[in-house]
Design a protein around this ligand. Structure first.
Ligand SMILES: Cc1cc2nc3c(=O)[nH]c(=O)nc-3n(C[C@H](O)[C@H](O)[C@H](O)COP(=O)(O)O)c2cc1C
Length: 186
């Protein structure tokens, strides 16, 4: 028997999701925050969506600059996710405090995260409000990928990268590469 909830405070049963760090740089500000609510939206054109609460400094900076980077972390950088996801750029200069290493983007002004295994450069194509979060739809203009981490089809090499997965609250996990299967229909 399953328990049925019609009233609930926490709504996080859909995890695990991969964690990325969203970067945003405007004329006056640069900021990075952890993000688990994200999704690919289209192959052609390549569109990637991130959901950002209106409370975040990141929300303000992306709204100003109309661009952002999406940077996926390996599991061994779990501490950085906690640091960038539990402090706000409104209160502290996170780049300085947590010694975040940046690298230049190719097309946009917002830097990518040096230690991410894959990063997207995005130009804002659309913004839509959904309850307390806004969906920023980014057109992916460039992808920075660690060549050792993906095969020729662009599939993650699970033997080489343990992607960081978020379980909700302050819990994280990663994948077991031994469980990988290549399955095609009969
Ligand atoms: C693992 C993790 C994932 C998160 N995912 C999101 C998210 O998808 N959207 C969001 O608005 N906040 C998310 N947060 C919360 C923000 O990262 C957090 O509020 C951060 O302090 C905002 O920073 P800022 O004010 O500097 O932008 C997440 C936090 C953690 C730890």
């Amino acid at each position: 028997m399953k328990k049925v909830l019609t009233q609930f405070k926490k709504f996080q049963h859909f995890y695990p999701y991969t964690v990325n760090i969203i970067g945003a740089k405007s004329k006056n500000q640069i900021n990075y925050m952890s993000c688990a609510w994200h999704t690919a939206l289209s192959f052609d054109p390549p569109l990637f969506g991130v959901l950002v609460s209106k409370k975040r400094l990141t929300h303000k900076v992306i709204s100003d600059s109309r661009e952002f980077t999406v940077n996926f972390l390996k599991a061994d950088r779990v501490k950085l996710s906690a640091q960038l996801g539990r402090t706000s750029g409104y209160d502290t200069d996170k780049l300085k405090q947590f010694q975040v290493q940046l690298a230049p983007s190719k097309i946009i002004k917002t830097p990518v995260l040096e230690e991410a295994y894959v990063c997207f450069e995005c130009k804002v194509a659309d913004i839509k409000a959904y309850g307390d979060h806004d969906l920023f739809v980014g057109e992916v203009l460039a992808i920075h990928e660690d060549e050792n981490c993906f095969n020729q089809e662009g599939v993650l090499d699970a033997g080489k990268v343990n992607p960081l997965l978020y379980l909700g609250s302050d819990f994280y996990i990663t994948i077991n590469p031994d469980t990988k299967k290549h399955v095609v229909p009969d």
